[in-house]
Design a protein around this ligand. Structure first.
Ligand SMILES: Cc1ncc(C[n+]2csc(CCOP(=O)(O)OP(=O)(O)O)c2C)c(N)n1
Ligand SMILES: [Mg+2]
Length: 772
């Protein structure tokens, strides 16, 4: 599958490796030493981390990768990816010259901002690796659902640093990947034995192999280059091999930095049997031999990639030298090291590049080799253009709120999905639900009963087969639409990232819905940010939330997720109180997930059953979608308003009743999205400052009917700052209520009293405003 049959041109690939090493180094050098600096700040870049991977990337991009393969590139090797596209003609010199500059190529590969096709953004180490495993699962899902031709299956490849192996998310992912029997995934470790601070610990040596093998991965260790292997059969070769195998990481790195004479001295001391081998080489040849690790040896790399033709997930551990071929190779401080002008000039000469020709793609290559290299580059099968994203793929049916006077938003969410699944249609068929072991307790059960678990192989429901009564059908099949995850919230967000990029990666958009308990969003926060950063589109349903799950106590009562949402780009927070709001906002959510200027949506829901509101008309709807509406319209110039969000609606309504007599014209503002109101307000400020005043924002319009001196009581079952900022919009006085201490067990009336969210608290807060 996806293999080249032609004999690989090792010589040309090696020349390409040099081009990549040169261009990546020069791009970083240019940004730091040549481009004019407007602020005197170091621009940065990672020449050593790039040089570590140039051979691996040359072998992949110009030999092993096929058009359907997708790659997450180690963040610090970003310039190598851009250099590869520069050679292929799909990246401009201007972009390289503007590396890390405004509008230029990004420091770390970015799907959304870079102009070259970037399959997965990277930057926060570990996440880019794990997302490839989830992407391979998504690929299998699409094939199983007939949305993708099996002939188009590609490999999901992660190019990773060895220090990334320290990130816990790698192992969470590994376990999940094993459960789902993923395939077509390659993780290639740039095993340069160095992290940011220093050299990496020896004690994990060989342990990684065992861990991956235990999870069903094939582990291919690429340690000795061809020259090294040949030397092992010379006299003294066995002793050399034994010494190399036993050498501590720090020693190997330090000797690499020191060079030939140091290797000689050390080997003679530790392994005198190597003398004949050493005598046969001068210092330069000895340095070349000792740094001929397989991760820099083109023939070894090509051989290994060609040998892994099946779909077995494979970990390649490619031994490399950090800063290979650069003056600070092996130095423990080289992570952010930059060559000085003298050193880059020396490298330029070594590469045969004439001064002034630094950006010439083929500089320094003689006629014949230039021809061969160019031909190889042209024959690369990797995509050169960004893939267009599929928009608006499914009409959103109108979603009716489930009937019933007393309901919770969580239960209604489950019923809505169940109804969608029953009714069927293009949207329902593209919904994929997923949850980290809280499927049932977040009310996805109905959907799962309708649509089944996704498994590549049939998975029998043993309990059902044994006729043991259960509300839940738990059978897996290729057509299933729920991806069951173990209890690792980080994996939930990586799964949502991969599902939410299905359109971008594989051309078919899905509608992923992930459920989680609201407090445990925090467990996967960086992965959530990572998903949003890449513009993956998904619906996150977090429930239960806040004090409303009273008896569960403080460990389960969420406080700050609304603040997280307020600060998270690419994610819209909705916190409906009533189920008709939920139904409307879910419709909006499904639209947002598939439209050009849309985003992902976060619903903060609750198990608290509340009395549903009676509506006289639909006039509330527009405001609800925009983030808020007057549930009780204030009189013009009213002196006060209660502003609330979510499950606390009954207390807000009761307080409104209690205060209306004393405060005639009192308004009651239902905030369905603090996040959206805040964004609109900020955008208005920005517009004003850039000379485009525009319309007042939604929250300005809402509050505009109050007196300038009015007071606001805000309340939410969460951090009070989620709403208290509203006072800043018009300069109104605010008395904010909410939860700012850890919760505890109790029934709701007790808890609302203790945390000052009950009617009395609202009345007191209102009184305070006017007394002050
Ligand atoms: C989550 C996260 N923590 C910290 C960093 C800062 N950081 C960038 S690279 C790096 C070490 C990378 O070492 P390795 O993965 O071995 O890469 P290489 O040696 O190839 O540069 C660190 C700590 C980061 N980018 N992401
Ligand atoms: Mg490293």
């Amino acid at each position: 599958m996806l293999k080249k049959t032609a004999t690989p041109d090792i010589e040309a690939l090696t020349l390409i490796e040099e081009r990549l090493r040169w261009l990546a180094s020069w791009t970083i050098h240019n940004a730091n030493h040549i481009r004019e600096s407007a602020d005197g700040l170091k621009v940065g870049g990672h020449q050593a981390s790039c040089a570590s991977m140039t051979a691996i990337m040359a072998a992949l991009y110009f030999h092993a990768l096929g058009p359907n393969d997708k790659v997450a590139v180690k963040p610090h090797a970003g310039p190598v990816l851009h250099a590869a596209h520069y050679l292929m003609g799909s990246q401009s010199r201007e972009q390289l010259e503007n590396f890390r500059g405004f509008g230029g190529m990004q420091s770390y590969p970015s799907r959304t901002k870079d102009r070259i096709p970037v399959d997965f953004s990277t930057g926060s180490v570990g996440l880019g690796v794990a997302v490839t495993a989830f992407a391979s699962l998504v690929q299998d899902y699409l094939v199983a659902h007939g949305l993708m031709d099996p002939a188009d299956i590609g490999r999901m490849v992660a190019l990773m640093g060895d220090a990334e192996l320290d990130e816990g998310n790698i192992y969470e992912c590994l376990i999940e990947a094993a459960k789902h029997d993923i395939r077509n995934c390659w993780w290639i470790v740039d095993y340069n034995r160095q992290s940011l601070d220093a050299t990496t610990a020896d004690r994990m040596f060989r342990r990684f192999d065992e861990i991956f093998a235990a999870c069903g991965w094939r582990v291919v260790t690429l340690k000795y280059g061809k020259a090294m292997e040949a030397a092992f059969s010379e006299p003294g070769g066995e002793a050399l091999k034994a010494w190399i195998d036993a050498a501590p990481n720090a020693d190997y790195a330090a000797l690499t930095y020191l060079g030939g004479a140091a290797w000689r001295e050390r080997l003679l001391k530790d392994a005198p049997e190597t003398k004949p081998l050493l005598d046969a080489r001068d210092d330069e040849a000895l340095q070349a031999l000792m740094t001929n690790l397989a991760g820099h040896d083109m023939a070894s790399l090509v051989e290994a990639f060609d040998a892994a033709k099946d779909d077995v997930p494979t970990l390649f551990i490619a031994y490399t030298i950090k800063g290979y071929g650069l003056p600070f190779a092996g130095h423990k401080d080289n992570h952010a090291g930059l060559m000085n002008p003298g050193q880059i000039a020396a490298l330029r000469e070594q590469m045969g590049v004439v001064e002034g020709d630094e950006w010439e793609p083929w500089a320094g290559l003689g006629g014949n080799s230039a021809e061969a290299v160019r031909a190889l580059v042209e024959s690369s099968r990797v995509a050169r253009e960004k893939r267009s994203r599929p928009w608006n793929v499914a009409d959103v049916p109108s979603i009716a709120p489930p009937p019933g006077d007393e309901q919770s938003t969580q239960a209604a969410f489950g019923r809505i999905l169940n109804d969608l699944a029953k009714a069927g249609g293009p949207l329902a068929d593209r919904i994929v639900t997923t949850s980290p072991d809280v499927t049932v307790s977040t009310n996805l059960g109905g959907f799962v009963n309708q649509r089944g678990l996704f498994r590549r192989q049939e998975l029998a429901d043993v309990f059902a087969a044994a006729k043991i009564p259960s509300a839940q059908k738990w059978a897996g099949r290729p057509a299933g639409q729920h991806i069951e995850l173990g209890i690792a919230e980080n994996n939930l967000f990586l799964m949502l990232a991969a599902l939410g990029l299905a359109g971008d990666l594989f051309g078919e958009r899905l509608f992923p819905i992930g459920t989680v308990y609201d407090p445990f969003i925090a467990r996967g926060l960086d992965a959530l940010n990572y998903a949003c950063y890449q513009d993956a589109r998904f619906m996150l349903v977090a429930t239960p939330s806040g004090l409303t799950l009273g008896p569960e106590g403080g460990a389960h009562q969420s406080i700050n997720p609304p603040l997280i949402a307020l600060g998270q780009p690419g994610l819209r927070h909705y916190e409906p109180a009533f189920v008709d709001e939920l139904a409307l906002l879910m419709e909006e959510g499904f639209r947002l997930m598939q439209c050009v200027d849309g985003e992902s949506v976060y619903f903060r829901l609750t198990t608290r059953t509340i009395h549903q509101i009676e509506r006289s008309d639909d006039s509330w709807k527009e405001g609800a979608v925009a983030g808020g509406y007057w549930l009780r319209e204030p009189a013009p110039g009213a002196e006060a308003a209660i502003v609330y969000s979510g499950a606390i609606a009954p207390e807000a309504l009761a307080a409104w009743e209690a205060l209306s007599e004393d405060l005639p014209g009192l308004g009651l503002l239902a905030v369905t999205s603090p996040d959206l109101l805040h964004r609109g307000w900020s955008a208005r400020q920005t517009a004003r400052w850039s000379g485009r005043p525009g319309e007042p924002s939604h929250v300005e319009k809402l509050l505009g009917s109050l007196s300038r001196d009015a007071g606001l009581v805000t309340l939410i079952d969460g951090a009070p700052a989620s709403l208290s900022w509203i006072g800043g919009v018009m300069g109104h006085k605010v008395s904010p209520l909410g939860v700012d201490r850890f919760g505890q067990t109790g029934n709701l009336p007790d808890l609302y009293r203790a945390y000052r969210l009950d009617v009395d608290a609202v009345v007191e807060a209102a009184a305070e405003l006017f007394l002050a």
